[in-house]
Design a protein around this ligand. Structure first.
Ligand code: ZN
Length: 302
């Protein structure tokens, strides 16, 4: 897989990769802030990538609102924003490599057939040598990854059936699958550590399997606890999490730092936005983040 030439001086490259399916909310701020502080505290780079590979799920204007919200919260990124909608050639190239290695295959199984199997694909089309017509492409899982070491949570075992499943890398409708795009782009951008929410733990073993299939080294992973609302549900666009407020960003940033277990001085509320960010970078303590996958209910939820 190709790699962008530019590298951070000290080698660390982190990133925040939102999909433009809605505005940023408190849950996405945790992922943005956590990845930003982890990168900046080490003098590394922090990149932003807009994951616009699923047009039907996109909301008009969301990508530019996400970027202006990051700026309003003092989270400035390095270099140009990468848009996945501009990266189709790279995804095709990765699929071509996997085809050449015979590490993937066409599958025409319907969703209802897989539902009848209990939801996990059984490799039915692996040896059928099907053509591309009305077919998805699946990765042949010759060496499935069943666990990984998370930089915060420790050793995380995966659901064995899901970890071993030949998963989809190109959808039947022609759209590239999330796991393929994220691996190709993180590799291209030279990302050394991925800091994101615990809702993305499940696909991690699949992504590591893809790195290995593409003969690339996987990055380190850190999964931050998920922010839940007072009903115990994950804060998400689907659950109608409120967008981040448009006025003073400091109280919300302070809440986010509390959520991440960082102990703040009492007078931090008098700091300017710039001072607050500088303080958070210089006092960033990964070890103080709660080693939990969810935190519920979110105190003082916005
Ligand atoms: Zn099939």
């Amino acid at each position: 897989m190709p790699v962008q030439k530019e590298r951070a001086d000290n080698g660390y490259i982190g990133r925040f990769a939102p999909s433009p399916s809605g505005d940023l909310h408190f849950g996405s701020l945790i992922a943005a802030l956590g990845s930003y502080l982890q990168a900046r505290a080490q003098g590394g780079k922090w990149l932003v990538r807009i994951e616009d590979i699923d047009p039907p799920r996109e909301v008009a204007g969301a990508a530019s609102r996400i970027l202006s919200t990051l700026e309003r919260y003092g989270l400035y990124w390095d270099g140009d924003v990468l848009y996945q909608s501009q990266r189709h050639d790279a995804y095709r190239e990765a699929i071509a490599q996997l085809k050449q290695q015979e590490s993937c295959y066409y599958c025409t199984c319907t969703r209802s057939r897989i539902q009848l199997l209990g939801g996990v694909y059984d490799g039915h089309c692996r040896l059928l040598q099907l053509g591309p017509e009305h077919a998805a492409i699946r990765l042949k899982q010759n060496h499935p990854i069943v666990e990984f070491t998370d930089g915060l949570q420790g050793l995380l075992p995966a659901n064995p059936a899901l970890a071993k499943e030949d998963f989809i890398i190109l959808r039947r409708d022609g759209l590239f699958a999330y796991n393929l795009a994220v691996v190709v782009d993180d590799h291209f951008q030279g990302v050394t550590e991925i800091v994101r929410g615990a809702d993305l733990i499940e696909p991690t073993v699949r992504q590591i399997a893809l790195y290995r299939a593409l003969n690339a080294a996987e990055p380190h992973y850190i999964h931050l606890p998920l922010a839940l609302n007072n009903d115990g549900n994950k804060l998400s666009k689907q659950n109608h999490a409120p967008p981040l407020p448009h006025d003073d960003p400091r109280p919300v940033l302070i809440q986010a730092l509390h959520f991440l277990g960082q102990s703040l001085p009492l007078d931090i509320k008098d700091a300017s936005l710039e001072q607050l960010i500088i303080w958070a970078i210089s006092h960033w303590s990964l070890g103080d983040i709660p080693k939990r996958l969810q935190i519920s209910p979110l105190k003082n939820a916005i």
